[in-house]
Design a protein around this ligand. Sequence first.
Ligand code: PHE
Length: 329
Amino acid sequence: MSWQEQIGAACDLDALESIRVELFGKKGYFPAQFAKMKSIPNEEKKAFADGLNKEKAELEAAFEAKKTALEGAALAAEIDKERVDLSLFSHLEPAGAIHPISHTMNEMIEYFTSMNFSLQTGPLVEDDFHNFEALNLPQHHPAREMQDTFYFKDEKLMRTHTSPVQIRYMKAMKPPFRMIAPGAVFRRDYDMTHTPMFHQIEGLVVDEAHKVSFANLKYILEHFLTHFFGDVKVRFRPSFFPFTEPSSEVDISCVFCGGDGCRVCKQTGWIEVLGCGMVDPNVFKAVGYENVSGYAFGMGIERFAMLKHRISDLRAMYEGDLDLLEQFK
Ligand code: PHE
């Protein structure tokens, strides 16, 4: 192969560099050729040198051209290798989802805030006064047994319901107002439908005497329940709570059997969903309110979530089982 052909055939810059050394390097072709000058007769020297210089100039030009071409190709290959295809999906991180309990709570909050209820919170660690005493549950009152309380050594306790937020709010504010207080509550309970920590939403409306009636309470709860569950029947049953008088428990027609009777509703066709009533005068007295009227209600968020999503074992909600939670995306 001629030198020109060799340069032309060089497949990369390394190969071209070896050819350069062979041609122009100290021990290469051209130094060797120029060394021959010494032994050439004087009259031939010029022709020989001219021929050699011409050849050298041609090969240098071929070398530079080839080098430029190979460098261009190497750069193009490099760019091609590093190219980012923005239309390709990268490795996708699994997307999270709102927990069904939070989702249900948000939905309930949304309804009541849209009805002009303000959103309130209170401490999870409560004292006897707010959790019981001020709610007309004096010491040794048998109704305290209804709520299996977690006590601390120092008389503090984990709130057993969201009703203490009623007391804190009334002590801090003046009526008229309407508020809800969602949050975690704690009871010593653990089975298919009870966990030691669960959530409630408290509702409280207070205005001047005679302005707030049981009819108002009935209206808002019926409206809320049909908004939340769709086409269900709502029934108010007389009941007892120390902090309301009169008191009522509210049932909806069973969402599983439509009211015909099934295992879930224990063949009654009804499912209890909340407690409510007119605020007991003793509660108003405990917070220093006079000449007012009001209603209150409290509902378990887990119960609403279970009924809406047909979850039969509440405990599963708190085990963090991703396969289960995935279904609520
Ligand atoms: N605090 C009650 C409970 O936990 C619910 C309730 C709230 C009932 C407000 C009446 C009025 O069971």
